[in-house]
Design a protein around this ligand. Structure first.
Ligand code: HEM
Length: 502
């Protein structure tokens, strides 16, 4: 489906949302907040058993909006649906068809997608606990609570849902104090959303890497970084007789089912914490300092979050890789360099008008080769994951403790275009063993170590040096296994009520 150009200067709709016209009351809070104060969380994956009762619950569920509230309510509740869920709720096929193809197909819907996402070998959807075969959830209820408040709330929500839904999976989470299970500080780098719609709709002058993203990269119904509207179901208003839905900004004669909604990628990623630290200890010959150095090289940050490309970076996020084109300070294949290469429309190079002109016109061959990756502004992800299971310390891992069956990351991210954002990052940057001129290696944390096209290996890891051949790790084991996953639509709150009345 082609994206719709902005036909008129951006005129955000007038609404309850304040000066910018963004209606925070219609947006689910997860888009705006990481819910860090809610240290407890549980994710309920549901399947519709009785559509009428399921719709009745969705119509009345007290979904938390993106309006800032003080004091903080005791809990937050978010609701998302899969395309199977929309069908099970009885939403008309022609309306569902307006969503993106990736969402319609589902994360595990076809072997070619599974291969592109790296869901092969032990991560094959046929082994998943949920998300594969007949275990695709219809609805996800994400429940967050202040310390001590989750259990009572969960029991209440489960009781309310019981009439319409079967509980497919209850996914608990663990507060690991801001660290992911390998022990690294997580949640540092996030795109900054242009909530004020202050950024020009298609900013051709923004050539350097910047962290501000157009709202349309994460919310449907607003212009994205191309200055276009991402396709979504736009309905004849006769389908919305009650006038529940907002109107489409670019075609006000249509009711907009997508506006203020986002796609939610949810993957359960099991982490072999003991395997990770024992492998690094082997590579380091038992030297603790070297072990830490290798681990930081794989992530691109130290365990406390310092970016290794610029350890002096004060706010931990104010850096690019422009001064390290060879990957000497931070390996080209480090997890955070793959997941966000921080490059821009203009290849990096010397300052000055002449140099800039040469690079803009594409005459600088070395700059061109550095710019083989697409500009990152079109491939940002808003991460909202939570850790789960039993934490294992490095000491426990090295002392021989086995990784518990249950430990890892409930990876979640929001994006407006599953193909251009999540799938691109996962496939072309994280899993690819040809990323950025590399070969024989994929993401050191996430790679499935399966041979790539032409049976090329993907289990190496290279660390270029300024004064000699690159340091190289070989036969890196698999540390992360996918055990579940699905694509959800996190609707705007009005859209959720509309779907519930379908
Ligand atoms: C178990 C799996 C994973 C682990 C342990 C992990 C760990 C980390 C860590 C430690 C950071 C640095 C802290 C930060 O900047 O927030 C990070 C950043 C990041 N990760 Fe992951 N991650 C995992 C899965 C993924 C997946 C599946 C994706 C996307 C498909 C992803 C995308 C990113 C992105 C976009 C960043 C920020 C990069 C930047 O802007 O500098 N991660 N991850």
């Amino acid at each position: 489906m082609a994206e719709t150009p902005v036909t008129a200067p951006l005129q955000p709709q007038k609404s309850a949302g304040g000066a910018s016209g963004v209606d925070s009351a219609d947006i689910q809070g997860l888009v705006r907040f990481g819910y860090k104060h809610y240290t407890e969380a549980v994710f309920l994956l549901l399947r519709v058993r009785e559509a009428r009762a399921a719709r009745a619950w969705l119509a009345g569920a007290s979904v938390t909006s993106a309006v800032e509230m003080k004091p903080l309510p005791d809990y937050a509740l978010q609701v998302a649906v899969t395309s199977d869920g929309l069908r099970a709720l009885g939403v008309s096929a022609d309306i569902i068809d307006g969503f993106s193809q990736e969402f319609l197909d589902g994360m595990a819907g076809d072997p070619s997608r599974a291969r592109r996402l790296g869901d092969e070998g032990p991560s094959d959807p046929k082994y998943w606990i949920w998300g594969g075969g007949d275990r695709v959830p219809h609805c996800a209820v994400l429940l967050y609570a202040l310390p001590g408040g989750l259990e009572a709330r969960r029991l209440a929500v489960e009781a309310q849902c019981a009439a319409g839904f079967d509980l497919l999976q209850r996914l608990g989470t663990t507060d690991m104090g801001g660290k992911e299970p390998f022990g690294f500080t997580d949640g540092i780098s996030q795109p900054l959303l242009d909530w004020d719609l202050a950024q020009p709709a298609s900013d051709r002058t923004q050539l350097e890497y910047a962290n501000l993203s157009c709202l349309g990269e994460f919310l449907l119904g607003y212009p994205n970084e191309y200055g276009l509207y991402t396709p979504r179901p736009l309905l004849d208003p006769s389908r919305d007789a009650q006038g529940v839905l907002p109107r489409a900004a670019e075609s006000p004669e249509r009711a907009d089912l997508g506006r203020n909604g986002s796609y939610l990628v949810f993957r359960q990623l099991r982490q072999d914490v003991s395997g990770f630290w024992r492998a690094l200890d082997r590579y380091a010959g038992g030297n603790a300092g070297e072990r830490d150095r290798l681990a930081a090289a794989m992530v691109g940050r130290t365990r406390t979050g310092q970016p290794i490309v610029d350890p002096s970076s004060v706010n931990l996020n104010d850096f690019t890789y422009g001064a390290d084109p060879e990957g000497i300070r931070c390996p080209l294949g480090a997890h955070i360099r793959r997941a966000n290469p921080r490059n821009a429309d203009l290849p990096a190079g010397a300052p000055g008008i002449l140099s800039r002109l040469i690079r803009t016109l594409g005459f600088d061959a070395s700059a061109r080769s550095r710019d083989l990756m697409s500009s990152t502004r079109y491939h940002r992800l808003l991460r909202r994951g939570r850790e789960y299971g039993t934490a294992v310390s490095i000491d426990q891992a090295l002392a021989g403790a086995a990784t518990p069956a249950e430990v890892g990351l409930h990876f979640m991210c929001l994006n407006a275009n599953l193909q251009r954002q999540f799938e691109f990052v996962q496939n072309a940057w994280i899993m690819s063993n040809r990323f950025n001129g590399l070969h024989d290696e994929s993401d050191p944390l996430l790679g499935n170590r399966m041979p790539g096209p032409g049976a090329t290996p993907s289990d190496g890891f290279s660390m270029p040096q300024s004064d000699g051949p690159a340091g190289r790790l070989t036969a890196v084991p698999q540390f992360v296994t996918v055990t579940g996953g699905a694509y959800f639509f996190l609707p705007g709150i009005r859209a959720l009520r509309f779907l519930a009345s379908a």
